[in-house]
Design a protein around this ligand. Structure first.
Ligand SMILES: NC(=O)c1ccc[n+]([C@@H]2O[C@H](COP(=O)([O-])OP(=O)(O)OC[C@H]3O[C@@H](n4cnc5c(N)ncnc54)[C@H](OP(=O)(O)O)[C@@H]3O)[C@@H](O)[C@H]2O)c1
Length: 190
């Protein structure tokens, strides 16, 4: 297990059949929004010690304001309070280690939840203990933004995870009618 102090690191994404998390303009289309996936995500965020994301990937929802969060940005040098979110810290990985950001935030023990977007999911690929990949089989987003930078016409998100040493758990049909499945990939050599 790859732990940062007492923390497990877990990633969460819903992807289209072609591995995209948003369209080319950086908007998440309704074709990959799903209530069952949202319920899963919100439950997981409630139990996370810290939620981590890029400046455009806030998860929203009624309890979002109570969650401790770290927001990646290059607009500051290292770490700084976020004037618009009282429980949040702005973090530039080029200027400070994740451990320093976690300590500055005073986060409790528990999971560090990584929720995107593309570059942020990529930064954490060497560090995830598990990645929760929701798949929307009926949606395609040509020209969209991939879940990981390496995803492309010849490379699926599942390929990327497998090459990085993750192994898939059982596939769960969380909304069979809508073609939505959830698979948790665990790091095999952890
Ligand atoms: N389907 C899904 O599961 C899922 C998941 C996440 C997001 N999304 C969607 O994807 C879209 C946003 O995508 P995005 O890729 O633009 O998102 P993003 O990662 O949330 O935002 C990009 C910004 O985050 C900061 N950032 C990212 N990587 C950084 C790094 N390594 N170091 C420092 N700062 C960094 C930069 O902020 P500054 O410009 O401030 O420097 C960058 O402009 C939204 O529509 C969102 O809803 C979907």
């Amino acid at each position: 297990m790859l732990m940062i102090g007492p923390h497990r690191i877990e990633g969460y994404a819903i992807v289209s059949a072609d591995g995209m998390i948003a369209d080319g303009s950086g908007k998440m289309p309704d074709t990959i929004r799903n209530d069952a996936d949202q319920r899963f995500l919100q439950r997981e965020m409630d139990r996370a010690a810290v939620v981590v994301h890029g400046r455009h990937s806030h998860e929203g929802g009624p309890r979002a304001g109570d969650r401790k969060r770290i927001i990646l940005t290059r607009q500051i040098a290292s770490v700084a309070p976020d004037p618009s979110h009282p429980h949040a810290l702005l973090w530039n990985p080029a200027g400070a280690k994740l451990e320093a950001a976690i300590a500055a935030l005073g986060a409790a023990d528990g999971t560090i939840a990584i929720i995107g977007g593309t570059d942020v999911f990529g930064v954490f690929l060497p560090l995830y203990d598990a990645f929760h990949l929701t798949h929307a089989a009926h949606a395609k987003i040509p020209g969209g933004r991939p879940v990981f930078p390496e995803v492309g016409p010849q490379t699926t998100p599942q390929d990327v995870l497998a090459r990085r040493g993750f192994r898939p758990g059982p596939r769960r049909d969380i909304d069979a009618a809508a073609g939505i499945t959830l698979t948790t990939w665990e790091r095999a050599n952890g």
